[in-house]
Design a binder for this molecule. Structure first.
Ligand SMILES: [Zn+2]
Length: 76
């Protein structure tokens, strides 16, 4: 006998939760360079890293990632 999975529709809500924190990260996109700032708590820290990296290497294009946290709760 195969296991049965019962799906029941339950309304849920998703919302941003500040207590989960926000991280900022910058990735250098220059070919052959995989340098990145690592996740930073402040936007300025990630930007300062990009400025220093550009000054040191001449690399000028960065991909920026901002990560927040969201919580799902049942809304019934
Ligand atoms: Zn680079």
């Amino acid at each position: 006998m195969s296991p049965r999975v019962v799906y029941r529709y339950v309304p849920h809500t998703i919302r941003h939760v500040p207590e989960g924190g926000i991280t900022y990260e910058a990735f250098c996109t220059a070919p052959g360079c995989d340098a990145d700032s690592g996740p930073q708590e402040g936007q300025e820290t990630a930007q300062d890293w990009a400025l220093r990296h550009a000054g040191r290497t001449g690399h000028s294009l960065f991909r920026r990632v901002v990560t927040d946290h969201a919580e799902v709760t049942r809304s019934e």
